[in-house]
Write a protein that binds this ligand. Structure first.
Ligand code: GDP
Ligand code: ZN
Length: 461
């Protein structure tokens, strides 16, 4: 295919000590040669593929030095985009990176649209659509675990699974076709029905298994949305602060952090928590007071995890009990704080109210009990099976939607059979499932869908 040569900054802005400006396309090496002077005096054109070179970037007209850099040359097709790719590694500061990018653009490259590198990798046939989307998730991944999910997917695990399901369906459809064309028995219709139904059952089971991982996949990607509640002065802010301090806060550049809800990402033993700091839980004590009853109810309802904090140095109050009611049916960890002070709380009553939820004693002041709390969070999340590395997670909302559609189509197949619908109609529903699954790996998508998907990508990938 014939494309312009494109360039973009391909590392997150403002992070890390090194930034990469990536150039891809026919002109990539030529453009780089205009602005790069290698230490050994050679042109990049003469260099072997997949080699890295030290040198200076210069302003071609004046030979003015811009920056010291390392430049990697990668020739098509063994590259990310299957095109010639040059990567310029420079110092990470915003000003310096932008200057390098500007230089590249001034010398013939076009600024890449968001996701354009990955789009080319897809259009040039290097990766399939679910792999491309995994890259997008990877860019957004906030913790190591989330990163692994994205990586697994990129390695094509989901693609492989989907491909084998599609193959299965094709074989069944072919078999049914043969039965109809060359009936060996009188009960062709019945036999075909039975085959289709068995296949539908099997596919349904597999899809349901995949969908079950979806919720966990979403949590791994977006973080477990966690709300800290409790009466004024029990230690909510202290809890938030100690979780943020103990665990590396995850820096994100995710858009959508609204002005009145601040989110802190922390990684607690591999569990990404999105601590929801409603209108600055840090300063103000009362979510309800601050953002109103309605909004706080909504925040509570959408939470994946509630940390309910009590003060052990005071008897339980009616307000405490109301909080227990407000979070009924949710995942809750009860924290009895200030255990360094003389205890006044009735711990038996707390346990009654807590029911099946864990009760953890802490003294945030003395930094005690935080380990127990972290363990409780991790136990709650990883309930056994999840930690195993060989589950195929589905974490992409487009995939989830398609899997639900495929499930519906399977349901239609089974209902059709139940109702005695003619075989060729049932076959249509089966074929539809094959098509829907194909959309996940990009086999049956139209151009507009592709454009829409890639426009979501971050710049530089
Ligand atoms: P919030 O109103 O629920 O956010 O509570 P804060 O975290 O602001 O804490 C209220 C007060 O309790 C502060 O003066 C904290 O230093 C203090 N505090 C927090 N945790 C403990 C604890 O474990 N023991 C004691 N003695 N004081 C604590
Ligand atoms: Zn506070």
């Amino acid at each position: 295919m014939d494309f312009d040569t494109i360039a973009a900054i391909s590392t997150p802005l403002g992070e890390g000590g090194i930034a990469i400006v990536r150039i891809s396309g026919d002109q990539a090496i030529g453009i780089a040669d205009k602005i790069f002077r290698s230490a050994n005096g050679k042109q990049l054109e003469e260099m072997d593929s997949h080699t890295i070179h030290y040198g200076r970037l210069i302003q071609p007209r004046t030979e003015e030095m811009i920056e010291e850099v390392m430049v990697t040359v990668m020739r098509a097709p063994r590259t990310y985009t299957k095109e010639d790719v040059v990567e310029i590694n420079c110092h990470g500061g915003m000003v310096s990176v932008n200057r390098v990018l500007q230089l590249v653009l001034n010398n013939g490259a076009k600024l890449a649209e968001p996701g354009e590198f990955t789009k080319r990798a897809f259009l040039n046939g290097r990766i399939d659509l679910s792999q491309a989307e995994a890259v997008m998730d990877l860019i957004r991944a906030k913790t190591d675990k989330a990163m692994n999910v994205a990586l697994n997917q990129m390695e094509g695990r989901l693609s492989k699974l989907i491909k084998s399901l599609r193959q299965d369906i094709l074989e069944t459809l072919a078999h049914v076709e043969v039965n109809i064309d060359y009936p060996e028995y009188d009960d062709v219709e019945e036999m075909s029905h039975r085959m289709l139904r068995e296949k539908a059952d099997h596919i349904e089971k597999e899809i349901k298994k995949l969908l079950k991982t979806a919720e966990q996949g979403k949590i791994l990607r977006d973080g477990l949305s966690t709300v800290i509640i409790g009466r004024p002065n029990v230690g909510k802010s202290s809890l938030l602060n100690s979780l943020v301090q103990e665990n590396k806060a995850i820096v994100t550049d995710i858009p959508g952090t609204t002005r009145d809800v601040i989110e802190e990402y922390v990684n607690v033993r591999g569990v990404p928590l999105r601590l929801i700091d409603t209108a600055g839980i840090r300063e103000t004590e009362d979510i309800v007071e601050r953002i109103g009853v309605e909004r706080s109810r909504k925040v509570l309802k959408e939470a994946d995890l509630i940390l309910l904090v009590l003060n052990s140095a005071e008897p339980l109050t009616a307000e405490d009990q109301q909080l227990f009611q407000a979070v009924e049916g949710m995942d809750v960890i009860v924290i009895v704080n200030k255990t360094d002070l003389p205890g006044k709380i009735n711990i038996g009553q707390v346990r009654d109210l807590a029911g099946k939820h864990q009760v953890i004693s802490t003294s945030l002041l003395k930094e005690e009990g935080i380990d127990d709390l972290e363990q409780a969070i991790s136990d709650l999340f990883f309930q056994g099976e999840l930690e195993s590395g060989d589950i195929t997670y589905v974490s992409n909302s487009r995939h989830i939607a398609l899997l639900h559609q495929a499930l519906q189509a399977m349901e239609d197949v089974k209902q059709g059979i139940e109702a005695g619908t003619p075989i060729d109609i049932v076959q249509i529903d089966m074929t539809r499932t094959w098509e829907i699954l194909g959309e996940i790996i990009g086999d049956t998508v139209q151009d507009s869908l592709i454009d829409q998907l890639f426009s979501q990508f971050c710049l530089g990938k």
